[in-house]
Each structure stands twice: as C-alpha cells, then as structure tokens.
Design a protein around this ligand. Sequence first.
Ligand SMILES: C[S@@+](CC[C@H](N)C(=O)[O-])C[C@H]1O[C@@H](n2cnc3c(N)ncnc32)[C@H](O)[C@@H]1O
Length: 248
Amino acid sequence: MKLTVVGAGIGDPELLTIKGLKALQQADVVLYDALANEALLDHAPNHALRIFVGKRRTVKTSTQEETNDLIVQYARTHGHVVRLKGGDPFVFGRGFEEMEYARRHGIEAEYVPGISSAVAAPGLAGIPVTYRNLSRSFWVVTATNSDGELSADLELAAQSDATIVVLMGLSKLSEIAAIFKRYGKSDLPAAVLQNSSLSNAKHIFGTVDTLEHQLDTLRTAPSVLIFGEVVGLDVRRALEGLIVEGRR
Ligand SMILES: C[S@@+](CC[C@H](N)C(=O)[O-])C[C@H]1O[C@@H](n2cnc3c(N)ncnc32)[C@H](O)[C@@H]1O
C-alpha cells in the first residue's frame, strides 16, 4: 500500500526523471493529470490501471476530494498508486496535499520531483530565469488565488527587479500587464510561452505594452508568462543572429 507522487515534467515525455520512470514501471494504478503526457503511461506495466483525473476534458472531471479518495481506495485495493502530475507536483500542483491525505489514511507516500514549467518553459525558449548582473532572483506566481481573484503577490512582484514567472495567467494577461504599467514598466520585456517542450510550442516575445496585442489564437493553451530584463536578453541574442533556427 503506497502512493508515489511523480512529477511528469513539462510535457516532452523524455523530460521525466529516471526515478519517476522506475515508479511508473512499478505502478499498479496510475492516476494522471491533463498536463502529464499520456505517452508516459506506456511505461506502466500492462496490468496497471490508467485513470484520468485531470481538470481539462469535456468528460466529467474529478474534484480534488474525489482524487484524494481514489488514491486511498486504489492503494488499499491494488497496492502501488502512482500519481502522475504535470511539471513538479509541489509547484501549484497540490501534490503535498495528496501525500498528507494518504498519510492520514495510513498510506506511505513518496515524492518524486519533476521539471517544472516555471523554469523549463523559459529555458526552452532561450530565457534564463537568472542572469549575472541582470536578474538576481525570480518569482513564480500564480495569476489567481483559489477564489479566482488576481493574486496580491503580483502587485509586490511587479515592483521588484526580479524575473517574474506567472503560471495560469493567460486569461488575466491584460490585468497583469496593467499592474506592471502602473509601476512604469510598459517597456519591460515579456513573453508568453505556450505548450512548451511540445511540437506545437509557441513563444511570443514583446513587452508589457505589446504582448496582449500579439496574441492570436492560442488563448487556452497551457502558458507561462514571463516578465523581466532576461526576456530582452534573448531578444538581443536573436537580433544578433545567435538563436539557432527552429529552436523557438
Ligand atoms: C496547475 S499549474 C501546474 C504547474 C506544474 N506543477 C509545473 O511545475 O509546471 C498549470 C500551469 O503550468 C503551466 N504549464 C504547465 N505545462 C506547461 C507547458 N508545457 N507550457 C507552458 N506552460 C505550462 C501553465 O501556466 C499552466 O496553466
């Protein structure tokens, strides 16, 4: 009877850790999210149940409470439950809550880190979240709180010189841009990084002022927003012809 909460990585199935792979190979049940690449399910043994518990499909989706109960039920009836979650399970992923719930029900729980979109989406777009003398720290902020309100942390973040990475923020882009503008940062380099690491990845570079007008169709794709001078660093390199063709 065991739960292993595994970070599936940012999307590309090759960006799974070896430890995550081994956990999948020993699964009796895999409960997976929308952002976990389904190709990873091939690593589970034939006998393992594969159950979608994501929140993005048109079919009935599971609430967090239902997912917690499924973990406990399947651990009791089947043995080893792998909870496969996009990115890192502890970055806006509720992985810790699931482990706590399992432990409260007498089930051993282990955490296997994953590659988070917070760092890898910028990296794959050629943007380092820190860069010597340009950005000495980075914030990872969710756009909204659990009540759907814009996160108050954005207001603080916008006043700092740090690189600001916003998850779950695409639908709030104009409100977020407005905050940066209030602090005189209309010209701050910014980017929207969609479907990062996948074949349909799309990277849109601009500034706080221009970014929302540059968006076209992909209003619903998983997207990381990034604000900071490090984004401009990449633009400068691109202008200098140092970006390898096809990398974006
Ligand atoms: C519920 S959060 C989970 C974050 C995840 N635990 C992580 O560490 O990446 C979902 C958000 O992650 C971001 N995200 C995840 N995968 C992404 C990808 N392949 N490309 C761009 N953004 C992604 C988006 O901001 C999305 O709205």
